[in-house]
Design a protein around this ligand. Structure first.
Ligand code: UD1
Length: 419
């Protein structure tokens, strides 16, 4: 298995481009199942999770081609199977996103139940309850969700918890349902809005995207479209934290600052100087050491759980003490044990981590455990004394496009060593 070797100490400087958002690309690829004519998706990030989704759709019989501009064309008219196998779902929980579209358009789906997950139990009960309320017949057999439906019907749904993929699955299902579906306590994440905009361009009737109440009027058929995925706010935030930790000055292009308000405000609190335009963000640290910040994660527009590990790493080398509370997922402090091996002073009490920055982290052999946790280890490696080796980086490749190239372009000393 590949590993990353990072020689700490370089101050990040320069410009890079941000890729398309993984968490918008995944549901949008699933949404191509709903269209009766081909869909073209632009600004697709090159990531393992995207390859996995394309493999999943390909196995169902869909025709997928990638053109010279790396746009992905998907034709669902050749579908022959309505099946998402365990071997793919277990590597990527977001595979559950095919359930809603398959049921809505073809009236059947066999989708493996996602198993346990490094960041908590992450059930899909709300996806299933919503589909059942819309008239689907669901059972679990041999680890698979077996679902059938005649035409789904529009209903009024109250979501017990704010769930991103749950909202997306049900919104996609509702686009072809008979009548009006209302999803209350819906997720407001920008990626949900991006999916809604893509569906609208396919002919769906959706109101309220970006608010906590979605109103979807079912139509008989959705057609193909060409759609450009929004920039990845988590990739953006990760490089900003990297720059802040190294005392660097960087400019990120092809991004959208408006999607990152909570993160930018915490970076400012940490001492960064931030300027931005519509599609770029510049962060200046001018060699300063960041100050520790306190935060708690919550659904959008709150501070994103997907940026929690990176700020834990920042606090670990910052001046002062920061308290981080993880309120979206249980058990999302896997990176803490690894950071402690680098000399970080972190005390975990339930879902809270109390982090007192040390002047100098020290390199150590590290093991990536999940996607964002792995990113935090790379960030810590950038400022540690000595060479840090991060193993099991397939987790990073799931969500960060060519991370070693982008960081090298900013002056980091990082290289990938093939197994
Ligand atoms: C999505 C993102 C992930 C991000 C997360 C929270 C994608 C592909 N992934 O994950 O990067 O960290 O949102 O912003 O977009 N829950 C239930 N029952 C359900 C569904 C969820 O109890 O049926 C719980 C979860 O265990 C968790 C909380 O709700 O505690 C939020 O999870 P959810 O928003 O569903 O996360 P994902 O959509 O899986």
């Amino acid at each position: 298995m590949d590993k990353l070797i990072i020689q700490g100490g370089a101050r990040l400087q320069g410009e890079i481009r941000i890729s398309g958002a993984k968490n918008a690309a995944l549901p949008i690829l699933a949404a191509t199942l709903l269209a009766t004519s081909p869909v073209t998706v632009c600004n697709m990030p090159h990531l393992h999770d995207i390859t996995t989704t394309m493999e999943l759709l390909g196995r169902m019989g869909l025709e997928l081609t990638v053109d010279e501009k790396m746009n992905v064309h998907v034709d669902s008219s050749t579908i022959r199977e309505f099946f998402a196998p365990y071997e793919l779902v277990r590597t990527m929980r977001a595979s559950i996103l095919v359930l809603g579209p398959l049921l809505a358009r073809f009236g059947r789906a066999d989708v493996s139940l996602p198993g346990g997950c490094a960041i908590g139990s992450r059930p899909v009960n709300l996806h299933l309850q919503g589909l059942a309320a819309m008239g689907a017949d669901l059972s679990v057999d041999g680890g698979y969700i077996r679902a059938t439906a005649k035409r789904l019907k529009g209903v009024d749904l109250w979501m017990d918890l704010v769930t991103v993929t749950g909202t997306e699955n049900l919104m996609m299902a509702a686009t072809l349902a008979d009548g009006v579906t209302v999803i209350r306590n819906a997720a407001r994440e920008p990626e949900v809005v991006d999916l809604a905009n893509c569906l609208i361009s396919m002919g769906a009737r959706i109101e309220g995207a970006g608010t906590d109440t979605l109103r979807i009027e079912g139509v008989d058929e959705l057609h193909g479209t060409t759609y450009e995925i929004l920039p990845d706010r988590i990739e953006t935030g990760t490089y900003l934290v990297a720059a802040a930790m190294t005392g660097g000055n960087v400019k990120l292009k092809n991004t959208r600052p408006a999607l990152l308000e909570a993160v930018l405000s915490k970076l400012t609190e940490a001492g960064a100087q931030i300027t931005s335009g519509d599609s770029w963000i510049e962060l200046k640290m001018d060699g300063r050491r960041p100050r520790a910040v306190s935060l708690h994660t919550s659904p959008y527009p709150g501070f994103p759980t997907d940026m929690q590990a990176q700020f834990t790493a920042l606090n670990a080398m910052a001046e002062g003490t920061g308290v981080i509370t993880e309120s979206v997922f249980e058990n999302r402090f896997m990176h803490v044990l690894e950071l402690q091996r680098m000399g970080a002073q972190i005390k975990v009490e339930g879902n809270t981590a109390i982090i007192t920055g040390v002047p100098q982290l020290k390199s150590a052999p590290l093991m990536a455990t999940d996607l964002r946790a792995s990113a935090s280890l790379v960030l810590a490696g950038l400022v540690a004394e000595g060479a840090t080796e991060v193993e099991r980086i397939y987790h990073i490749d799931r969500g960060y496009e060519t991370i070693e190239e982008k960081l090298s372009n900013l002056g980091a000393q990082i290289r990938r060593v093939p197994a």
